[in-house]
Design a protein around this ligand. Structure first.
Ligand code: GLY
Length: 346
């Protein structure tokens, strides 16, 4: 097992290893006093992993309760969030107790937001069970829910006390869930480390996860609150989030991000921010990874959704420009340039 220390305002470890979930209780007892732990999970993950996780917690002397909500992005809303808070209160969870998120990005985002706000904040543990949440959402303390108006519009930064990433669970993920993680991993390869790309194609999970976590560690330690460098992680997300919203979340996040990366690179090339060659390389990397890069929505509709992007500040938004594969920078553009950006992306 490898440990990465994330030195944010509240430092914590990310433990990565194969088949470490059955040892969760021991790892957690190194960071938490005996307490109640509310496991928050979804209907899919509950049947797969909650028993082994729960048993391990009980064996280590924790009192355990479980809160389950329906799997899927549609659950990431005020209603589920409210139900989770009420369930925590019904279970008698106090300020000295903790929440454990067992699941993918949706479970992690809702559980983390509940942990950040229940009784003004309680301890939080992340046990990512999807490839995409292991390399992205479980690192860096972003939590939140979607509003009717758009994605992740309510949330908080709330760092976990520990992340336990069992790479064995990725061996049994269905192909569409693997592709979700491939998209976010490709984003890191394209923006920061071209050597990562062949390892992603080879599905070398331990290497990819450790490299992805070390890239995110560097970024979130430098910019925990997402006001500068961290915004580079939004490559593909400015357009990708709008695609998700326009599809009423029927297009999964990773698939939308892959389409968004190609579209944003095309727009950057059209606006003279990068070369056409870089756009073509990005497009070919993603196509070879079997992503369908077509977008069936109007630029004007997607642009309307982008106007609620959280990154907009003082009438400007930072977009990630790839200079060459493995090297990127941020460029601040005005909202009128953003309109052109969307028009140039199609
Ligand atoms: N998922 C992007 C970030 O953590 O900033």
């Amino acid at each position: 097992m490898k440990k990465f220390e994330i030195s944010t305002t509240h430092p914590y470890n990310i433990c990565i290893g194969s088949n470490i979930m059955p040892n969760s209780g021991t790892l957690i007892s190194e960071v938490l006093e005996p307490c109640k732990i509310a496991i928050i999970t979804d209907t899919n993950v509950n049947s797969l992993y909650s028993q082994v996780f729960l048993t391990s917690l009980i064996e280590s002397g924790f009192e355990v309760s479980k809160i389950i909500f329906p799997a899927g992005e549609h659950s990431k809303n005020l209603n589920t969030y409210g139900n989770v808070l009420e369930a925590l209160a019904d279970e008698g969870i106090s300020r000295s107790d903790a929440i454990a998120s067992l699941g993918g990005g949706v479970v992690g985002d809702i559980s983390g937001f509940a942990a950040a706000t229940y009784m003004r904040g309680i301890k939080f543990l992340q046990i990512p069970t999807s490839y995409i949440s292991a390399i992205d959402a479980s690192v860096g303390g972003k939590t939140g829910i979607n509003l009717l108006s758009g994605k992740n519009l309510a949330g908080a930064f709330w760092q976990p006390s520990l992340v336990i990433c069992d790479t064995k669970v990725f061996e049994t993920l269905p192909p569409e869930q693997i592709m979700e993680g491939v998209a976010e991993a490709m984003k890191l390869g394209i923006c920061f480390d071209s050597n990562l790309i062949p390892r992603i194609i080879d599905r070398d999970y331990p290497y990819i996860i450790e490299r992805a976590v070390s890239i995110k560690k560097y970024i979130v330690e430098a910019d925990e609150l997402d006001v500068g460098l961290r915004q580079m992680l939004n490559f593909g997300h400015t357009i990708g989030h709008c695609i998700e919203k326009a599809s009423a979340y029927s297009i999964p996040h990773g698939v939308a991000v892959a389409k968004g990366m190609a579209a944003e690179a095309k727009a950057c090339a059209a606006m003279g921010l990068t070369s056409v060659d870089v756009y073509e390389k990005i497009s070919s990397i993603l196509t070879e990874a079997t992503f369908d890069l077509s977008i069936d929505f109007d630029a004007s509709e997607l642009y309307q959704y982008a106007l609620l992007d959280k990154k907009i500040s003082h009438g400007k938004i930072a977009i990630t420009v790839t200079d060459q594969i493995g090297q990127s920078h941020l460029e601040k553009i005005s909202l009128s340039q953003l309109k052109l950006f969307f028009e140039s992306a199609f």
